[in-house]
Design a protein around this ligand. Structure first.
Ligand code: NAG
Ligand code: NAG
Ligand code: NAG
Ligand code: NAG
Ligand code: NAG
Ligand code: NAG
Length: 372
């Protein structure tokens, strides 16, 4: 088979089995009862069970031709076609595919994330699944991976994987990344490490990894991010299992997905910043703000305006930086993001607001590193 043909037959899409809150218990029982050997793409009783939750992205992307690697349609191919393209998966584990969404990752919204984390929690709690893989566009993959790291309570591996080349491209990276991700999700050494990101033969921490290049295959990095790599498609870790310092679990298992999460906006710092954008975000319903300041968190022109907003509303404002690495301290009107990127700080602030933490508790969650 020519590489360009690998994904072209778009065979049956497995649709998601999603429970409405009202029928949750019945739906759950049916869902588990229905999980029989026939629900797996292949079954061997000696192998672990892994569920692949597909959300779309480039890994499921389709282009006009095998040499097109930009300007293609992300989220075009269903989860079963992704699975069928990698027959080696069946030698690693029993695979069940669940289509949660099929969108470019810029279109992932809190409703999808809540559906996803609740399904994963239920799946891992069932005792019948040893690990899960989430396929996702790379553009906002770090946000969903961090969300899952903070909201799934399990020792079992949660692996988020994407691709930089669409499924129809020559040397598409999706099939190898998917095989690596399933291998990781099936592996006992992967337990107790929270959510992990897999791309380009690397295993990265969901907390500290960020997309650094819009086009290159090795796009994910971060100073504190790598946990290990794949050798012969086997995961090899640098350290024993551990959760990052400052990790906080947020229980959103009872949040109705359709409610979404409290709105938090990011304000990007630059020269000649329009101060009125701060009030505009509040007028549009923001319940918290994250500033992507310049350097060590200074917010141009508007420090005074932020202080006023904090004085008047008591709203949590988290100060982070547009600089890709570094530490952000708190100040009187703002909570320090520490090592978190603006987009990671936004996810954590949304969750803190959703579970009803008070201002001081939110400050404690973010400012776990105490500087003299
Ligand atoms: C979330 O799941 C519910 C069913 O529980 C479904 O009705 C809804 O469409 C899903 N929302 C999104 C955004 O996928
Ligand atoms: C099932 O998996 C085991 C363990 O990997 C392997 O030894 C065995 O050959 C497999 N059976 C089949 C029918 O593929
Ligand atoms: C699965 O493993 C068996 C036994 O090692 C091997 O013969 C077979 O080619 C493998 N299948 C794939 C698709 O790699
Ligand atoms: C995998 O799933 C099947 C079907 O639900 C179940 O019978 C089996 O016990 C599961 N295997 C493991 C290791 O949990
Ligand atoms: C999360 O909250 C639900 C109730 O909403 C509870 O049943 C569950 O045990 C909690 N999970 C953890 C890990 O505390
Ligand atoms: C905010 O409140 C503090 C303490 O009450 C006060 O010193 C400061 O002048 C106020 N700043 C603004 C901009 O309102």
């Amino acid at each position: 088979m020519r590489p360009s043909q690998v994904f072209l037959p778009l065979v049956g899409i497995v649709t998601s089995v999603v429970a409405s809150p009202v029928h949750h218990v019945t739906e759950t029982l049916n869902h588990l009862a229905a999980r029989e050997e026939a629900d797996f793409s292949c079954f061997n009783a000696s192998l672990p069970n892994v569920t692949i939750y597909a959300t779309g992205g480039t890994i499921a992307g389709s282009a006009r031709s095998a040499d097109q690697t930009t300007g293609y349609t992300a989220g075009a191919i269903g989860v079963q076609a992704l699975i069928d393209a990698v027959p080696q998966l069946c030698n690693i584990s029993n695979i069940r595919g669940v289509q949660i969404a099929n969108v470019a990752s810029g279109s992932i919204v809190p409703e999808i994330l809540l559906n996803l984390t609740q399904k994963i929690q239920e799946d891992l709690d069932s005792g019948l699944t040893q690990g899960v893989v989430v396929t996702h566009g790379t553009d906002t993959l770090e946000e969903s991976a961090f969300f899952l790291d903070l909201t799934v309570s399990s020792e079992k591996p949660v692996v988020v994987v994407g691709a930089m080349r669409p499924a129809t491209a020559i040397s598409a990276d999706g099939p190898m990344n998917l095989l690596a991700a399933v291998t990781l999700a099936s592996s006992e050494e992967a337990e107790g490490r929270g959510a992990m990101i897999v791309l380009n033969d690397r295993i990265a921490s969901a907390r500290y990894t960020t997309k650094m290049d819009a086009n290159m295959l090795d796009t994910f990095s971060g100073e504190n991010g790598y946990l290990g790599k794949f050798l012969n498609i086997q995961p090899v870790f640098y350290y024993p299992p551990a959760r990052p310092l400052g990790h906080h679990y947020f229980n959103v298992s009872a949040t109705p997905a359709e409610n979404g999460l409290p709105k938090v906006d990011i304000l990007y710092g630059h020269q000649a910043l329009e101060t009125g954008l701060i009030q505009a975000a509040i007028d549009l319903g923001a319940k918290g703000l994250v500033t992507a300041g310049v350097g060590a968190g200074s917010f141009p022109l508007s420090g005074e305006e932020l202080q006023r907003v904090y004085n008047e509303t008591g709203m949590p404002i988290v100060t982070s930086s547009r600089v890709p690495a570094g530490f952000q301290q708190g100040r009187t009107s703002a909570i320090g993001a520490g090592f978190l990127s603006p987009q990671a700080a936004r996810i954590q602030l949304q969750l803190a607001l959703e579970v009803g933490l008070e201002y001081d508790e939110i400050k404690e969650v973010f400012e776990h590193v105490k500087l003299r």
